[in-house]
Design a protein around this ligand. Structure first.
Ligand code: BGC
Length: 446
């Protein structure tokens, strides 16, 4: 059966600044928390870092040409905050020049720029002043965003304030897996709150500045948590896991409150919620123009005796990617229905979806990533099914355009539809890139 997409549906690809740019010391950029974290022994796979990454900072023109060859309608990238504000309150036009040229290049080739303002590379200066734990971070972020709006506002039609606040708070301040690598639940809750507040205030600033042409929203990574069995304990554990991963962000953004059950549960670790001030939640729940959803996998949850979060992750019968993530496209279908029912009717963009597999370059210069094609085809088919059911989904951004620095996993996980030879910086289309090109051209999955 052929599945068709409308002509207005945006087929895109996504990346982020620290994962692809390299050039970490150029044109006035100062370090971010990821520069420090990746250079701290034991934090990333083989101590790898983003010093060079895809060298995109120098090769962006060629990369945009590759995007044009694939035919993508839109390109989602992020701005490196320490390139734009290398010090508190100090704007750096040299750093901005790069993004202006990139945006021009995209616009010239009729590729829509989609800009994420924060994809985890907090400036080190901000971290040294307390980072997301300091309420002033909200002010710093709004100042930075406002400047970016002024500089790029005429050419950018979609803005994402934050990418995955879950990762920037819980994974970074509680689980210690991401920069800055702290392990403190209270800190994670404070960081999450300030990140969400900075989202709300940035949307407010955007409206104030009057960029009528552009639309703004936030991207959440949503990980549906299913109970491993229908036992009461497992159902409760899955509900808690859902609270941790999803509701802690969905509820404040779309309903203006934090989930009571989770608040109660966290209370024993945070003692009080004095970091939440009156009116904060009103600001956090400001109306967005669209919602960004990053979806990769679901989780299967079992009750455990763990005193803190009462869950254990188990695996079902599904095949997994190199990240050990179960491939369950149907869970994306259920997720969007749930969002519509419980949270919001605003347009949705799938701002990330994709898979890492062990790709190898064959002698003839080919990369046969059939499992990735299968992954993409199955997820896009679910999206088509949702659209058919009347769900307003306006676009899809595949993660990722090109193999890149996969955070704590360094370069060991390849998500790209373009293969990167890290030794030579040669870019090679994987079979999935040709597949995506044909899909975009015909707007049909066969
Ligand atoms: C992040 C990307 C990351 C991808 C794959 C998303 O959570 O936004 O930066 O590379 O997942 O792990």
């Amino acid at each position: 059966m052929t599945v068709k997409f409308g002509n207005d549906f945006l087929f895109g690809a996504a990346t982020s600044s620290y994962q692809i740019e390299g050039a970490v010391r150029e044109d006035g950029r100062t370090p971010s928390i990821w520069d420090v974290f990746s250079k701290t022994p034991g934090k990333t796979y083989r101590g790898e870092n983003g010093d060079i990454a895809c060298d995109h900072y120098h090769r962006y023109r060629g990369d945009v040409e590759l995007m044009e060859k694939i035919g993508i309608d839109a390109y989602r990238f992020s701005i490196s905050w320490p390139r734009i504000f290398p010090e508190e309150g100090k704007f750096n036009p040299e750093g901005m020049k790069f993004y202006k040229s990139l945006v021009n290049e995209l616009v010239e080739r009729s590729i829509r720029p989609v800009v994420t303002l924060y994809h985890w590379d907090l400036p080190l200066w901000a971290y040294n002043m307390g980072g997301w734990l300091n309420r002033d971070s909200v002010k710093w972020f709004v100042e930075y965003s406002g400047r970016v709006f002024e500089e790029l506002g005429d050419s950018v039609s979609l803005w994402v304030t934050h990418n995955e606040p879950l990762c920037a708070s819980f994974f970074s301040y509680y689980e210690g897996e991401h920069a800055p690598g702290h392990r403190d639940l209270r800190e994670a809750l404070i960081a999450a709150h300030h990140i969400l507040l900075s989202h709300g205030n940035t949307v407010e600033e955007f409206r104030k500045l009057g960029y009528k042409k552009g639309k703004i929203g936030i991207t959440l990574n949503l990980i549906p948590a299913y109970p491993a069995t229908q036992s009461e304990d497992d159902i409760r554990a899955a509900r808690i896991r859902d609270g941790y991963l999803n509701r802690w962000f969905l509820d404040p953004v779309f309903k203006g409150y934090y989930p009571e059950d989770m608040k109660e549960m966290y209370k024993q670790f945070v003692f009080d919620y004095d970091f939440i001030q009156e009116e904060d939640l009103q600001k956090i729940s400001i109306k967005n123009d669209f919602m960004g959803v990053n979806y990769y996998n679901r989780e299967l949850i079992k009750f455990s005796g763990d005193p803190e979060l009462k869950f254990e992750r188990v695996y079902g019968k599904f095949a997994r990617t190199e990240m050990d993530w179960e491939i369950v496209p149907e869970a994306l279908y259920d997720l969007v229905l749930r969002l519509r029912k419980e949270y919001t009717k605003i347009p949705i963009y799938i701002t990330e979806n994709g898979a890492a597999f062990k790709d190898s370059l064959l002698k003839k210069g080919e990369v046969r990533d059939t499992r990735r094609i299968d992954y993409l085809r199955r997820h896009l088919s679910e999206i088509a099914r949702l659209i058919k059911k009347g769900m307003d989904i306006r676009g899809y951004f595949l993660w990722s355009l090109i193999d890149n620095f996969e955070w704590q996993f360094g370069y060991s996980k390849r998500f790209g539809i373009i293969y990167l030879d890290y030794k030579t910086q040669e870019r090679i289309f994987k079979e999935s890139a040709f597949w995506y090109r044909d899909l975009i051209k015909t707007r049909a999955i066969k």
